[in-house]
Design a protein around this ligand. Sequence first.
Ligand code: C3B
Length: 831
Amino acid sequence: VEASIPEPQREAWTKNQFESFKDQGEFEKEVVRHVETTLARSMFNCDETAAYSATALAFRDRLIKDWNKTQQRQTFTDSKRIYYLSLEFLMGRALDNAMLNVKGKDIAKGGLNELGFRIEDIISQENDAALGNGGLGRLAACFLDSMASLNYPAWGYGLRYRYGIFKQEIIDGYQVEVPDYWLDFNPWEFPRHDVTVDIQFYGHVRKSQDENGKTVANWEGGEVVTAVAYDMPIPGYDTPSTNNLRLWSSKAASGEFDFQKFNNGEYESSVADQQRAETISAVLYPNDNLERGKELRLKQQYFWVAASLYDIVRRFKKSKRPWSEFPDQVAIQLNDTHPTLAVVELQRILLDKEGLEWDEAWNIVTATFGYTNHTVLPEALEKWPVGLVQHLLPRHLQIIYDINLFFLQSVEKKFPEDRDMLSRVSIIEESQPKMVRMAYLAIVGSHKVNGVAELHSDLIQTTIFKDFVKIYGADKFTNVTNGITPRRWLHQANPRLSELIASKTGGYDYLKDLTTLNKLEQYVDDKDFRKEWAEIKYANKVRLAKYIKSTLDITVNPAALFDVQVKRIHEYKRQQLNIFGVIYRYLQLKEMSPEERKKQAPRVSIFGGKAAPGYWMAKQIIHLINNVGSVVNKDPDVGDLLKVIYLEDYNVSKAEIIIPASDLSEHISTAGTEASGTSNMKFVLNGGLIIGTCDGANIEITREIGQDNIFLFGTLSEDVEDLRHNHTYGKHSVDSGLQKVFEAITTGKFGDANDFGALVSAVRDHGDYYLVSDDFQSYVDTQKMVDEEYKNQEEWVSKCIRSVARMGFFSSDRCINEYAEEIWNIEPLAV
Ligand code: C3B
């Protein structure tokens, strides 16, 4: 690295290298320096915001050193890199994570304390980086953490939304959306005003002949918008490896065109152009598992994909290697179909810009890309109208048609008898209007396709992508079960439990090899250990109870069973099943004599999660939960036996408080609908048990921890189709317990019955697509078992410990190693 500095200057550069703080004293000095110089404030008016900023800047200085070195090392070794393309990165807060990863949190705690601050207060000053909706975005964030921690040369590419996922307020029981302006002070991003790419939209294609008589396509005219890079350092745990997350921001291209407008006095319209350009990266689409087909969304996708590919190709070209080596240097992972245009864009670059022949280019493209599918829900599968693609990206549509033509020709050759096959697998759906099926394009353009849990990977191969398995063979399809980073989700969120585990497993190495948790198994029957374990859980519950008191002014008893369902609100996730179960419990309590009531196990039902702003039914569910809460929580017959809590604005930093405090969490999707789920893993890792259906990763969690340690119930995925069929053809009668629940709702026990008519009829009159009635009885019975088992605390705690001991498999490190080996063909870089 030093050799890159010219000889005469080398000494000056090397001897004057910045050194970051090494101890508490130096840390304090750095904080004071940043307060007084960078922030231009005096220590006399240093509030918590300023202390946060200065602390973040002190750690940032430290990270930058490692970050620069990592990037230089990657460049000089010229090793293969993985590029993770994701429209969502749900990062949460960065400071706590950075402090823990560089092992500087104790120093900071002591230092801040001497300066007059509590570290928790400082940490909580930071806005969440909430550039994602839910599971898919948080998975991308866990992957970045693992890739850095495992020393993989990896870059994330995404969009720098000015507004992340909206903030949720609950007003009179209804969700209200408030914009999330998170960028007012963000020390973690570095604008790279010198790294820009001009991105073209609209226009037309003109064919011409080059000097060799070859036909070339020229994409001309239209609109140009500039992408500016913003970089965020991603520190690995206990390693100097610090990777890069590059987010693109849009701004008006500073071409002569604008200038002329400006000079001509068209000031307003030149400002309007600027605003239109900035709109592209302005806001995250707030839909989870739902695609709405908006033009601006397609613009976002192309803008981000084109800028990222330009960047990747530019980096490759510096190496002066032949194009055939591109896939040896570059692996690109498509996080869902959102970045699928990258397939087309790379083919376009190779064809139109670099002059490669079709086959040569296409071989490079397919060897480069891998595609991860995250859902089988039909409403989430992306399709774009051909007309819209034609209008926005005329050259890309031509290439898509060519890709499809060559693909269908190969299919026809292989299956000459099967005429239907061609229309079934065509990338173009021959509907009115015609649509581009993005998942099919992603499959055809990739060398590997994976699902995110075993059941899900089986399902995609036997249902939505069945024909493609026939065409390409089973080897192209694989499973990589999701994982979570134990750094954030155990060490950071639950420091006391992490410390206890470290004390029994030989230090914090378990955070680097999570299977080391199995050493805990020998303490399952150790009374003292169980006591310590239970005390930590109780303390975490007290903390959540305080949070509930401070935000909702409701008192909950920390000794009650905390039953938690926090995730996006969606009919397939079945929060309605949960709240119907709560109502059923309430009605039963009301019928009991005071003596009987005394024997009941107290429970706090905690909900949290956002509904997509346009998802009316999900909003009804939120409303019902809140209305049930306002009746139940003030009913003196019930008292501590049942409380119903709706936590506002569920996000990553709140998850870090909620998850460690749960006794039981709910993962109760209709079998076959939840691709994996990842919070299920977080809850178990934090010593909570789960109630769940045989869906997604619940199945593998059960296999790992044993079926005695999980409360499973409900229909199996193989039976779902038949049941749905029966409902449609009249053989549907609502469960008798559920009927009582409906009666209570429709007689107005929880507010105006009309408000909840649709929720009831979806089950009672409209085919009960999500099988709420079919699963109700077994859900209620299983909850009863939970009550019984919770009474035996010794046994309950044993189950929790045993479960945690067996959770090693679910680290995102394991998951990333599988991607690296099976899909990316990439090795860690020695540090
Ligand atoms: C989610 C799925 O719903 C989860 O089951 C899964 O665990 C995660 O992805 C991560 O794989 N998902 C999402 O959050 N958004 C989508 N559009 C599709 C899937």
